[in-house]
Design a protein around this ligand. Structure first.
Ligand code: GCU
Length: 331
């Protein structure tokens, strides 16, 4: 947190330098700062960089994006607050974090709710399905949800051995992204969900505070969790969206045309991000195996059955029911 604070302080100092030219002339480019908690080779980082280049061209140099990877500006929860206050323009944050502001977001973060990454993405960025939900945070919370990126398929990994059935998770403390849905999910899967920011997980596993975590192969390999929690089991329980969010005032400064450019180019970047994900997963698996990890199959049906009560619990009002029906219809 100390590091996050100092980088934000530095950001404040350099903010006026963000406009190239600096004389306020028509030629100046507004550089929008994007907070990101993963590394610069992650598919979402690549997508944002491409989006920036295309946005700069489409807006005749009016806008570009500058990515701050590796939690430089803080954990996702911290950067979300910075976006709300306007200290940072944009961020990529995991779906569960938005449940704190509107619990209805939970329906998009349920285990086994999507058949495939393609199904997931067809739902998330369909304005007819998610538009109203996304808009719900704009005025009350100062969060504009521009849209969602695919964030991988999440599986369980532990220090002790393969997790093939819910019984294997008994008593195991598993790190989750903070949300009520995730706590309930891991409990139904047989373990104990422990919310924690991503950057603290390695040390917590190493010191035995955690027995493991649940995440995609990219995090597992890139944050070196594979070195200390050597058993990765394909429970395939979760695909959560990663939202590209912005401060509403930042977007309000866009002209209608510029806003349209941003939306169209974002949609393109969603497709290219998804298209590159599998290759990154394959690379990550090789890297994890080189670090000594073993990949195991799991009894997916047993886990699917175990978490069924969560669907009934979270799809509990008109908004979530309508979204759930549309997710179903898009299969
Ligand atoms: C995924 C997701 C991130 C998230 C991370 C986590 O990698 O893409 O947005 O921060 O999981 O578990 O914290």
């Amino acid at each position: 947190a100390v590091l996050a604070f100092s980088s934000v302080a530095m950001l404040g100092v350099s903010a006026c330098g963000g406009d190239s030219g600096g004389d306020g002339g028509a030629e100046s480019t507004k550089v929008l700062k994007v907070a990101f908690n993963q590394n610069a080779s992650h598919p979402q980082a690549v997508a944002i960089t491409e989006l920036s280049d295309k946005l700069k061209e489409a807006t005749d140099g009016a806008y570009e994006l500058e990515l701050f990877p590796d939690e430089q500006l803080g954990s996702q929860a911290e950067t979300l607050e910075l976006v709300q206050s306007g200290a940072v323009d944009m961020a990529i944050v995991a779906g569960p974090l938005l449940e704190a502001f509107n619990p209805d977001f939970s329906v998009l973060n349920l285990p086994y709710v999507y058949d495939s990454p393609e199904h997931q993405m067809s739902v998330l960025n369909d304005e007819e399905i998610t538009g109203e939900l996304f808009d719900s945070l704009e005025t009350s919370e100062s969060i504009s949800v521009i849209g969602a990126y695919h964030g991988g398929v999440r599986n369980v990994y532990t220090t002790s051995g393969a997790v093939e059935t819910p019984e294997d998770l008994a008593g195991q403390k598993i790190r989750i992204i903070s949300s009520d849905t995730n706590v309930a999910m891991v409990e139904l899967m047989g373990g104990v969900g422990t919310p924690m920011p991503q950057g603290d997980v390695y040390t917590a596993i190493q010191s035995g505070v955690l027995n493991g975590a649940e995440n995609n192969e990219l995090i597992y390999a890139d944050l070196a969790h594979a070195e200390i929690a050597k058993h990765y089991s394909y429970t395939e329980h979760l695909m959560i969206p990663d939202y590209f969010v912005a401060n509403p005032t930042v977007l309000a400064a866009f002209s209608d045309d510029q806003r349209k450019d941003l939306e169209e180019l974002f949609a393109e970047s969603v497709d290219s991000e998804l298209a590159s994900f599998d290759e990154k997963v394959a690379e990550a698996k090789t890297k994890a195996e080189e670090a000594g990890a073993t990949f195991h199959e799991a009894d997916v049906e047993a886990f699917r059955k175990a978490v069924e009560p969560l669907h009934k619990d979270k799809v509990n009002n008109d908004v979530t029911k309508a979204i759930f029906e549309k997710i179903d219809a898009a299969r």
